[in-house]
Design a protein around this ligand. Structure first.
Ligand SMILES: Cc1ncc(COP(=O)(O)O)c(C=O)c1O
Length: 420
């Protein structure tokens, strides 16, 4: 069921292979200096030693770590303790499931929440991991623009009726791809709509810790009083992407007091059987070493990504300021891994390939994240895992490409700027 979007993603991967010397602003990866797996064995040992009641029990636990294991997770209690200490005091082990990354949690939520006639709803441009999961599962996805009007449009859609909106997926803090932050008022309005219209909010907190300035806003889950939010926190950006571990906190209970997390376990059992108890134990050991809090652990990662962001904004100012009059614009994000550049011309896969071949730099066409034909004159630049020297060189190369395109694009042929 390959679609044009999938083919385009293949093309991007192919271009990255074809131009290995090109400087890449494509992938939202955590900084290279912080993703060594060297200590993961020690984290696992720490978890087992700390939880074992005796030397015999320790031996059993090492064996258990290599065996098939509980579908919903072997470290649910540790994950719940972590959530309790990070702003979700109501978290319990039975309301948590440990998944194979956030990606699996999205698939579980979509499969468990959206019935045959229902739809999932999200903002556009959208994180490709969510829209792609919906497509693979054959679930209809409706979108509203990722701008200040998202909640209004959702409200209009709910009032207008149509196929039931079963779930709404949001990334309230530093979204991918748009780096947007949802205001507190919109978080509260979304919750109120969920209560009135009975849908589930899937809150993706992947970038929550990566705030560069200002005060953190409460997660939507922390404001949820009646179980309308499924909270998904990936440990890919905070610990290691290679662990493939996330926690899904779904505490709504049915009449028999069974949580949504437990009810969904049958879906996970057919998707992946279980999350590896080895990597779960690694994560749990690290959380225990950190006293179940990640702020201190994440701080050097956030510092590095913040420095990269500053560096990229300075480089853009240096290189692109003279082109502002042509309609080039960018916004410094409050956090996250990405920033958006508005362009006075269409930037599509053909532009992407030209830029890679002629200028040796890879920048993501924003339109690849859109199901509504939006973002056609925008590019997304990831700064999280690029050295300052590569940022300087890459932005200089990019500015040559942009200047040429501006030159070649007569005003009457220019794309009208998209709102988001
Ligand atoms: C918005 C968003 N959610 C979640 C993730 C991480 O997902 P996973 O835990 O599957 O690696 C990413 C990674 O790129 C992301 O951008």
């Amino acid at each position: 069921m390959s679609t044009q979007g999938d083919q385009t993603m293949n093309l991007l991967n192919e271009a990255a292979r074809r131009y290995p010397e090109a400087i890449s602003f494509l992938a939202g990866r955590p900084p290279q200096a912080h993703v060594s797996a060297r200590h993961t064995g020690a984290w696992l040992a720490h978890f087992i030693e700390r939880t074992a009641k005796s030397p015999d029990d320790e031996a059993i636990r090492w064996t258990d770590a290599g065996q098939y294991s509980d579908t919903s997770g072997t470290v649910r209690e540790t994950a719940a303790e972590y959530l309790r200490r990070s702003g979700l005091p109501m978290a319990t082990a039975h309301a948590c499931a440990v998944t194979n990354g956030a990606q699996e949690a999205f698939a579980i939520c979509l499969a468990g929440l959206v019935g045959r006639d229902g739809v999932a709803f999200t903002s556009d441009p959208c994180y490709i991991g969510f829209s792609g999961a919906a497509r693979v599962l054959g679930i209809a996805l409706e979108c509203a623009p990722d701008d200040g009007s998202f909640i209004d449009r959702l409200h209009e859609r709910l009032v207008a009726g149509g196929p039931p909106v079963a779930c709404v997926y949001v990334i309230p803090d530093f979204s991918n791809p748009g780096a947007q932050v949802m205001s507190l008022a919109d978080r509260e309005r979304l919750l109120a709509l969920a209560s009135t219209y009975e849908f589930t909010i899937i809150e993706d907190a992947a970038y929550r810790y990566y705030r560069f300035s200002g005060t953190a806003l409460p997660t939507i889950k922390s404001l949820d009083r009646d179980g309308h939010v499924v909270y998904v926190e990936s440990f890919a950006k905070t610990v290691l992407p290679g662990l493939r571990v996330a926690v899904m906190f779904a505490d709504r209970q049915d009449a028999q007091a069974v949580t949504l997390a437990d009810r969904f376990s049958w879906i996970k059992s057919y998707l992946s059987v279980a999350t590896s108890p080895i990597t779960q134990g690694m994560l749990a050991g690290l959380l225990m070493q950190q006293d179940y809090r990640l702020e201190h652990w994440v701080a050097p990662r956030v510092d590095e990504v913040r420095r990269n962001c500053e560096h990229m904004c300075e480089a853009l100012e240096r290189e692109l300021a003279p082109l502002r009059a042509s309609g080039i614009a960018w916004r410094k994000p409050e956090g996250g891994f990405f920033l958006t550049v508005d362009l006075p011309f269409v930037f599509d896969t053909e532009g992407f390939l030209d830029c890679a071949r002629d200028d040796g730099v890879l920048a993501m066409p924003m339109q690849l994240f859109s199901t509504m034909g939006r973002g056609c004159n925008q590019m997304r630049l990831a700064f999280s895992n690029v050295s300052p020297a590569s940022i300087d060189a890459g932005v200089a190369r990019l500015s040559r490409f942009i200047a040429r395109r501006c030159e070649a694009t007569r005003p009457e042929m220019r794309a009208s700027p998209s709102p988001g």
